[in-house]
Design a protein around this ligand. Structure first.
Ligand SMILES: Nc1nc2c(c(CN[C@H]3C=C[C@H](O)[C@@H]3O)cn2[C@@H]2O[C@H](COP(=O)(O)O)[C@@H](O)[C@H]2O)c(=O)[nH]1
Length: 339
């Protein structure tokens, strides 16, 4: 089978042909204006301090943490928004993606080597259910898939990369694209690909966020000094489309809105789901371009990179911090291992 279109080109194609989702230029501009005050101070070095659950180091252990977390970084949304999985850690109750991170840190504190491939290559389902157990009656979704992915990913990392994700990073020779392709070629659970209008396309959400988090945890230095980091697109999850709709940068047709407001599930790869994900990626590309123009107009020289990764991180955090404002804004419910 021929290689799929890369994520950026896939997004451009979907945005051109999409019928139920469209990128709204006035909303793109509004989103760029929202980011402007913060953008000039963006530094990849800030990533670690941004979140108390992120690893403290920039070493092999930190990379092992990022790899196992991003291998499981999918599908946290709960049937009832208010009654979901929660993990209590250090006196805080974490939900969603942060519940995953809290569970990993909780296991490490208990002496369970959950970031070590030789452990998770053969970890049992019972052990995985215990490691990711929820402190509410609602378990973390897709726990069996998480178990299968841990075993599969651990075995491959041991066989092909000596059990160390650092080896995988070093094989990419400071190319973000090479690392993304190395991950997709070797680890099946990262193959976030589908068909659209007769073409094979890719979004590679978890492979791209893994590259981005590798860049971030290494602070863009040493093995993480990717000269092509700006070629990585935003990560097509279920939160970013929600915030883009809230900001007016993405518009849904009445037919699609009706489905989402009814809480209908969209299957991974169906037209509406592909249009939402592809248009979201394209929308963030345009927000990044607009942001660079606005900074140029103000004669501001940003301190660091202004790329789609940092636009994405900011918007994702913004969505987290404005949960209440987003309550009425529908997000698409797809249960899958890709995002
Ligand atoms: N587009 C994008 N999607 C992201 C992330 C993250 C967390 N990463 C960064 C955050 C802090 C560190 O800096 C990490 O680098 C998780 N997700 C996705 O969101 C969904 C979970 O949402 P909720 O149910 O609300 O927790 C799920 O699909 C998950 O895969 C991101 O940054 N961008």
């Amino acid at each position: 089978m021929d290689a799929p279109l890369p994520p950026r080109e896939s997004a451009r194609l979907v945005a051109e042909k999409s019928r139920d989702v469209r990128v709204a230029p006035e909303g793109v501009r509004r989103a760029a204006e929202l980011l402007l005050p913060a953008a000039s101070a963006w530094r990849v070095q800030h990533w670690r301090a941004l979140h108390e659950l992120n690893p403290r180091g920039a070493d092999e252990a930190a990379l092992a943490w990022v790899f196992v977390v991003d291998s499981l970084n999918f599908s946290f949304w709960a049937e009832q928004e208010e009654r979901g999985c929660e993990v209590r850690y250090g006196g805080t109750a974490y939900t969603g993606y942060w519940a995953l991170c809290a569970a990993v840190n909780r296991a490490l504190d208990r002496g369970i080597p959950v970031t070590s491939a030789s452990y998770y290559a053969t970890v049992t389902l019972d052990e995985v259910q215990d490691i990711f157990r929820s402190d509410t009656a609602v378990p973390m979704p897709l726990i069996e898939e998480r178990h299968r992915i841990l075993n599969e990913t651990g075995k491959i990392l041991l066989e092909k990369f000596g059990g160390s994700f650092l080896n995988c990073v070093q094989k990419s020779k400071k190319s973000a694209q090479k690392l993304m392709h190395l991950v997709v070629e070797n680890f099946p659970s990262y193959r976030d690909e589908t068909e659209f209008e007769g073409k094979r396309i890719s979004f590679y959400k978890r492979a791209q966020i893994l590259v981005a988090d590798t860049w971030s945890v290494l602070e863009g230095r040493g093995d993480g000094c990717f000269e092509d980091i700006s070629s990585i697109t935003m990560f097509a999850d279920y939160r970013l489309p929600q915030i883009l709709v809230h900001l007016g940068a993405l518009k849904y047709s009445d037919a699609l809105l009706k489905r989402l407001l009814r809480g209908e599930m969209l299957s991974n790869g169906e037209k509406h789901e592909v249009e939402i994900r592809g248009c979201s990626i394209w929308c963030v590309e345009l927000i990044r371009d607009c942001l660079l123009e606005l900074l140029e107009k103000r004669g501001e020289k940003p301190q660091g990179e202004i790329n789609s990764i940092l636009v994405d991180y900011y918007l994702w955090d913004y969505a987290r911090d404005h949960r209440d404002d987003l309550r009425g804004v529908p997000f698409h419910r797809t249960r899958c291992i890709y995002y």
